[in-house]
Design a protein around this ligand. Sequence first.
Ligand code: GTP
Ligand code: MG
Length: 222
Amino acid sequence: LLGGGIETQAITEFFGEFGSGKTQICFQLAVSVQLPKDKGGLEKNAIYIDTENTFRPDRIIQISEALELDPTKILDNIVVARAYNSDHQILMAEKAEDLIREKNIGVIIVDSLTSQFRSDYTGRGMLADRQQKLNRHMHGLQRLSDIYNLAVVVTNQVMTRPDFFFGDPTAPIGGHIVGHSATFRIYLRKSKGGKRVGRLIDSPNLPEGEAIFSIVKDGIRD
Ligand code: GTP
Ligand code: MG
């Protein structure tokens, strides 16, 4: 679906409702970025900006063991940072440069991109402020990904659109700001029998399409 994987010098957004697998995909990527190049990795490390307190070391251990990697080493190479509010989150991304160089970072994961913004800027009156801040954050992330040739992966919840009567009545938070700044957008949804479906949307170089995957103890599998 992604033509070989997550691209560097780009922002990839996974969006979908609760339980659709966004966080699990982030866990998988924080591990697989560390794989040798001949196994599809970058032999680099991960920064994980956790805004919802959902980072789970035990899942990283399970995913690492499934790939026959040393879980302790893998965990050491994931720099987890808790973002307490949206300004803190923006600042963390802006101050990440030293860390990127020091720790040989190949992916910056922001899970979730929008949750803090959503609680800090409530109500329609604050929408413009929120979008402006979100825009600044996305530009900061894009800049890091360009300069350091790394991948940026962000997650985004969907909200129900009250003005939408046909088709899927959900839309990603952040609307066009996030949509235009993300290079690749993948919409995740739950399907029958515990399966999940990822749909690639708006890609600059890949055809739209869908892929089915499962979340298992070992991580994300086809
Ligand atoms: P929100 O953050 O709430 O928006 O959801 P999300 O999209 O981040 O969901 P997440 O990635 O956390 O997926 C949660 C789902 O993953 C659960 O409902 C489980 O079905 C599945 N899951 C999590 N851990 C495991 C595991 O160890 N084994 C299996 N088989 N499934 C798991
Ligand atoms: Mg999550």
